[in-house]
Design a protein around this ligand. Structure first.
Ligand code: MF3
Ligand code: CO
Ligand code: CO
Length: 269
């Protein structure tokens, strides 16, 4: 899948898709509490997307080469699950962290965003991992402007994760997005500044770092989708879809409930 450069109408459609994806997370936030099952969260999000928004849940039946068709409408990844957790009978309990990853299709264009939620009373260690991962995403977003490169994003994310004693997942990365769910370029969350694809206005891609409290290595469960940390350490993730503009960037997956960039983060006025 080549890199696509989006023009006026396509950018407008991607803005709508991005906002709608973020609004699904706003909608589901009050329901992410101890006692709910991930299957219930999936059903609520599915019905909101289809019946209220008129969007298509992109994960449902998504089947890239080498994968069985994904059976649900959202991804729910709990604790040591890194990504692609399949909703089901599992009950969220006090102290869990859970990433909800939403991708909608509206008028043929995709919006992709995820947040990590704290369920009830969460340990300081899990809260810290979740916060640092959020900062990693924003430090990556800060890099995006014409002429910057993919490696600039990876370098700042990796540096911040390592400075906090965490590791960066290598096997899964951000991606171009548009009419296709996963387009080029791949946006690695590690690497070397000044290397890789250069950004030009009209490129749209996700930044979605997966940060582990322990070692970076991953294992896939027998369901063919769920990815967990090999050492069973906790993992967190946040994701935004970002447009390269003439002067910098615009985050497309924004809505009333989206958490803003932390003002305490260095690097921006
Ligand atoms: N939303 C995920 C991403 O950020 C991809 C999920 S694929 C699925 O790229 F099939 F598991 F939903
Ligand atoms: Co994505
Ligand atoms: Co996603």
């Amino acid at each position: 899948m080549p890199i696509t450069i989006k023009k006026g109408d396509e950018i407008a459609a991607m803005r709508v898709a991005g906002r709608l994806a973020s609004e699904v997370l706003d909608f589901i936030t009050p329901m992410v509490i101890p006692g709910v099952t991930t299957g219930e969260l999936d059903r609520l999000c599915h019905d909101y997307m289809v019946d209220v928004q008129g969007t298509i849940p992109a994960p449902l039946h998504y089947a890239p080469p080498g994968y069985p068709p994904y059976p649900k409408s959202i991804c729910t990844s709990i604790n040591q699950q890194i990504c692609h957790g399949i909703p089901g009978e599992r009950v969220l309990k006090d102290g869990d962290i859970v990433n909800l990853d939403i991708t909608v299709i509206k008028d043929g264009f995709h919006g992709d965003t995820s947040r990590t939620f704290l369920v009830g009373d969460v340990s300081i260690a899990a809260r810290h991992l979740t916060e640092v991962t959020f900062e990693c995403m924003w430090l990556g977003i800060d890099q995006v402007r014409p002429g910057a490169r993919v490696g600039d994003i990876g370098a700042v994310i990796q540096r911040h994760a390592h400075a906090n004693g965490y590791s960066v997942v290598h096997e899964y990365c951000g991606h171009g997005i548009g009419r296709e769910f996963h387009e080029d370029p791949q946006i690695m969350h590690f690497g070397t500044a000044g290397t890789g694809v250069s950004f030009v206005p009209g490129m749209i891609f996700t930044i979605e770092p997966m940060i582990n409290a322990g070692r970076r290595h991953v294992r896939q469960l027998g369901d063919g989708w769920t990815i967990v940390t090999r050492d069973r350490s906790l993992s967190a993730q946040w994701e935004h879809t970002v447009l390269v503009t003439e002067t910098g960037h615009e985050v497309l997956t924004v809505s009333a409930g989206a958490r803003p960039r932390p003002s305490s983060l260095p690097g921006k006025p």
